[in-house]
Write a new protein. Structure first.
Length: 1008
């Protein structure tokens, strides 16, 4: 945009700045100017600008010619006729349909052509040139549109050759301006007219594409969608607003402006990240919501950063003003949790939309400071709401994502989230993105914060149209918002509104912007605000009077004053007022310390096992891979023996929850088969594309839906998405699986900012399960560790506090902690811990280290009896061999967690130390089972206690468990470490060294 400004201002002399593009007329000065701008061009950024005149655009002239030739071969020049007759031309699949308002060229009485005679080649050339110009405006008009209210020529912006490229082949003179030209089917500027004088064509194009709106859409592959957009912007009169509509915009703008002014007056030294310079965002959001509600939307889920957030809560969501003002008062909280700063909090409001008279639910999702991190969370929440409402096309529930200009182009998660937008199991059927583009990021100019001309270019990857608009033109903004809402309702695809404004103050209200942007701010100081500009306009045109303008403002100030007085009477802030995802009814009548049983009837296990191990009912026609037939047969054999391996244990958990009406959703890279080829939930017909069978969807006729979906290759966005999904409905088991546990670190801000701390900050719960393949199996520095130490470091239980022992010890611990970290060694325990997620009377995230080689380990199997009624999750699995049976003889107790248990037992057998050494598995590492560790230690009174782990000493569980062991043992006994030394890397890349290290630790641990 800025580049366009440079070119534009270079090319325009003040005299030439007329309504239509007279400055394009062939004249020495404009030619010289064009040369100058071309010479000044340093780099051309976007493909549309780079497209030479005779490339992409040519296709449309040829299409037009071809259409005309099809209707009447004599209507085109003989050379075209010869060309089409030679069959050299193949019409493209998206060939523009001939529209009602198109006429054959012969219908025109062009200059010298007489009667029905074929037009001469100049006439044809001139028509082609006009078509080229129309297309150039459509492609490149946005480059020279008046988008920037400040009209700044920032020095980084090379002279743009757009003016030249739009009119590269412009060969008309003044004398041609009144000539009538037939309009091609790819423009709507004519309205009902099939032809227009050249002057009018240019005038209209200039107004549509180079005024206060810049539409970027010609990269979209769909002709239907391009035409849809052309029609919405080109049709004459689309920007005409009624006096009522104008007054509504003014009233909304007054509120948006008044809100910031009121806060500035009352809390002048408080950070609020005001919206000044882009206040139009509030009426813009309201317009999007109005139009969408009119088109059937009932629930809107929004994600947004700091800028203008309080204003959005107040004026878009209509959150009570006194609740907002209370946040400024520095009051104590009335409820538990650590809370968050006011411009991060979420909200949920159900109210009547007064414009459409329909009920609407509005949620703003709470978010951390980490810009854009909330995007996928909003998408997941939206998707879940659509799912539970049966809104398969996204007609009732939609999301709006609001972005800052610097963050939108700088943060990679925007791109990752965009790439979910059209995936069958992740789409929200179109998101409207609104960029509050104040042309600055904190103190950094766009020229230093991005390498693309627009901050919105990322959206081009998903073919989303981008509507740039000058934020000082309220009517242009409202039009764009209306089109965006209609676009979403029509095509159910993403689109972007780029509100180009400015930032009147510093980054926050305490910052001094003149330190870093002196020239920009000199300009801003002199610039009238949008409300005043619009009020002046409406007064000048007689839509309202100056008194009316004043009275609307005074009325809103009164409302604020009343709320301010009310806020002063508050003594506490209530975090619950800011909850974005209420779970109505879930907690009601529940004993908060009672967990439902997780064992199920054996016949249920058998039923699920049989279904899970059977081919589809139409097995005769459904050709299954031979290897999978063997897998199914092996499963069947296990079911007959009433034992389960890992995959079967997982299926038992899923199947039984589905039976109980609990929706199960498993998502992540390659989860359908499973990274380690153990899961195979989706069987593929070997001969028919897309024919699949998923037995877990066919367990019971009245079961809940099961969804398993391979995700895009993203952790940040997909984990965020699943977290958002899990926030919507407590009665669902939502699981995200990493390909290998290590990769979860690319989603670290979702883990840190949302999963581990969401409940504490935002009183919002989530029962999300993270499955993280973990284990030192000689696979090298990656693919070995899920970095369990990091999760444990974030666990909020106190290492020095042994909670009071009682029957409710375990559940109370779970209730009080921020999340659960576990590493199960048996399919039964895996099954129980998954089911316990739902059996709990509250929701906690579960971080689960999952196995790799154990998936096929002959000993890692569980009898059905450990999953059936009466059985439950074991936080600790005691030694139940000779050592456990005769504890007083035991010389050493080895505590461990995870797969190393199987190596330790093997070594113990080899060394025949079964009676001397007990091995105790800590299956739930956090919250730490203080009570059971104490019990185990007491059992082996005379034994040495060690903790053995395969991870390096500064990794794995050691640093977490060590102080807690001491607390559990009341510091009366010690526990020593056995395992690898400290390391910078997670694992060696050398297989030989891996084996050496493993043997050393096994020998150390299994020795007396
Ligand atoms: C991931 C992340 N990195 C850095 C920051 C620090 N930060 C806060 S606001 C800001 C500038 C944001 O600019 P923009 O996106 O244009 O929004 P604006 O404040 O201009 O509305 C930065 C760098 C952050 N909050 N999050
Ligand atoms: Mg900005």
């Amino acid at each position: 945009m800025h580049r366009a400004h440079t070119a534009f201002s270079l090319a325009l002399s003040p005299k030439a700045h007329k309504n239509f593009a007279t400055w394009l007329l062939k004249s020495t000065s404009s030619q010289q100017m064009a040369k100058a701008t071309a010479a000044a061009a340093v780099r051309t950024y976007n493909s549309a600008a780079a497209e030479p005149f005779a490339n992409g655009s040519t296709a449309s002239y040829v299409e037009e010619m071809y259409n005309a030739w099809l209707r009447d071969p004599t209507s085109v020049h003989t050379s075209w006729d010869a060309y089409f007759r030679s069959n050299s031309y193949t019409s493209p699949p998206n060939l523009a349909p001939v529209q009602a308002n198109t006429l054959p060229l012969t219908a025109f009485n062009f200059g010298g052509a007489v009667g029905g005679a074929a037009p001469d080649s100049k006439t044809i050339d001139d028509h082609l040139a006009v078509q080229a110009i129309i297309r150039s405006y459509q492609i490149r008009g946005h480059n020279i549109a008046h988008l920037d209210p400040l009209e700044i020529n920032t020095p980084d912006l090379p002279g743009n050759s757009s003016t030249k490229t739009i009119y590269a082949n412009f060969s008309f003179g003044e004398q041609d301006m009144e000539r009538q030209f037939k309009l091609p089917s790819t423009t709507f500027i004519g309205g009902d007219e099939a032809s227009l004088p050249l002057k009018e064509i240019l005038n209209r194009l200039e107004n549509v594409y180079c005024n206060k709106i810049g539409v970027e859409f010609m990269f979209i592959n769909s002709l239907e969608q391009c035409n849809w957009i052309r029609k919405r912007f080109e049709t004459p009169g689309v920007l005409n607003f009624s006096p009522e509509e104008k007054r509504l915009i003014l009233a909304r703008l007054t509120r948006a402006t008044g809100f910031e002014a009121f806060l500035a007056k009352k809390y002048s030294s408080e950070k609020r990240f005001g919206l000044e310079g882009c206040e139009i965002m509030i009426p813009a959001l309201k317009e999007i919501i109005d139009v969408s509600t009119e088109l059937g939307v009932e629930s809107v889920i929004m994600g947004m950063p700091h800028r203008g957030r309080l204003n959005t809560l107040a004026n878009v969501c209509r959150k009570p003003l006194n609740q907002i003002f209370t946040q400024f008062a520095g009051l104590e909280a009335a409820d538990d949790g650590s809370g968050d700063v006011k411009y991060h909090l979420g909200t949920y409001i159900e109210r009547l939309n007064r414009v459409t008279n329909k009920n609407i639910r509005l949620a703003v999702v709470a978010n951390p400071s980490h810009l854009e991190a909330v995007d996928p969370v909003v998408q997941g929440k939206t998707r879940a709401e659509q799912f539970y409402r049966g809104d398969q096309e996204g007609k009732k529930v939609m999301s709006i994502l609001i972005h800052g200009d610097a963050a939108f182009c700088g943060q990679g998660v925007v791109y990752e989230t965009m790439h979910l937008s059209d995936l069958p199991d992740y789409t929200t059927h179109g998101t409207i993105h609104v960029v509050a583009n104040n042309q600055i990021g904190f103190t950094t100019d766009p020229r230093f914060s991005r390498s693309s001309p627009y901050c919105t270019d990322v959206a081009r990857v998903v073919n989303a149209p981008i509507f740039h608009v000058n934020a000082d033109d309220p009517e242009a903004v409202m039009h764009v918002c209306k089109v965006a809402a209609e676009w979403r309702a029509t095509f159910h695809k993403d689109c972007v509104i780029d509100l180009v404004g400015y930032r009147r103050n510093g980054h926050n209200e305490i910052d001094e912007p003149m330190f870093t942007q002196p020239l920009m701010y000199q300009k801003i100081r002199k610039h009238k605000n949008c409300l005043d500009l619009y009020a002046d306009k409406l007064i000048a045109e007689g839509t309202c009077t100056a008194e009316e303008v004043k009275s609307v403002a005074a009325k809103y100030e009164n409302i604020c004053e009343e709320a301010f007085a009310l806020a002063k009477t508050e003594t506490h802030v209530k975090y619950k007022d800011w909850l974005d995802s209420p779970w109505s009814g879930f907690f009601e009548g529940k004993d908060p310390l009672k967990v439902a049983p997780t064992g199920v009837k054996e016949e249920t296990l058998i039923h699920i096992g049989n279904r899970f191990s059977s081919p589809p009912p139409n097995a005769a026609e459904f050709v299954i891979h031979k290897g999978l037939l063997r897998v199914l047969a092996a499963r069947k054999a296990m079911v007959d023996e009433k034992i389960a391996d890992w995959a079967l244990g997982e299926a038992m958990a899923f199947g039984s929850l589905l039976k109980e009406g609990i929706h199960v959703r498993l998502s992540g890279q390659d989860v359908e088969r499973g990274t380690f080829s153990h899961r195979h939930h989706v069987l593929h017909h070997q001969l028919v594309d897309k024919a699949t069978y998923n037995s877990l969807q066919h367990m019971y006729p009245d079961q809940a839906p099961y969804s398993v979906s391979n995700s895009s290759l993203s952790e940040y966005a997909v984990l965020g998405f699943e977290h958002g999904y899990s926030m919507t409905n407590p009665n669902a088991l939502v699981l995200w699986e990493a390909q290998f546990g290590d990769f979860s670190n690319t989603a670290q801000s979702i883990i840190d900012q949302f999963i581990s701390s969401g409940q504490s900050k935002w009183v919002r719960q989530s029962g999300l399960v993270m499955l993280l393949p973990h284990g030192m199996e000689g696979m090298g520095p990656e693919h070995s560790s899920c970095r369990v130490e990091r999760f444990l470091q974030m666990s909020s239980d106190d290492p020095d506090y042994f909670p009071p022992e009682s029957d409710e010890f375990a559940i109370r611990q779970l209730h009080d902690i921020n999340w659960i970290v576990a590493n199960c060694t048996t399919p039964a325990n895996y099954y129980h811990i998954l089911r316990r997620q739902i059996a709990l009377p509250f929701r906690k995230p579960l971080i689960l280290c999952t196995p790799k080689s154990l998936l096929r380990h002959p000993e890692a199997k569980s009898p059905f009896s450990e999953m059936s009624e009466g059985s439950e999750f074991q936080r600790i699995i005691p030694d139940n061999g000779p050592a456990g049976q005769n504890p007083s003889n035991v010389k050493k107790v080895v505590f461990c967690t995870g797969r190393v248990y199987y190596d330790l037992t093997k070594t113990r057998t080899e060394k025949q130390l079964e009676s001397d050494i007990a091995i105790v598995r800590v299956e739930q590492v956090s919250p730490f089972p203080f009570d059971l560790v104490k019990e185990q230690a007491n059992l082996y009174k005379n034994a040495e206690l060690v903790w053995a782990q395969e991870e390096h000493k500064n990794q794995g569980c050691w640093t977490y468990v060590q102080p807690r062991f001491l607390t559990a043992l009341n510091h009366s006994r010690d526990v020593s470490y056995v395992g690898r030394a400290c390391g910078a890397s997670t694992a060696t890349g050398s297989k030989a060294m891996h084996i050496r290290e493993l043997n050393a630790l096994l020998n150390d641990a299994i020795s007396t």
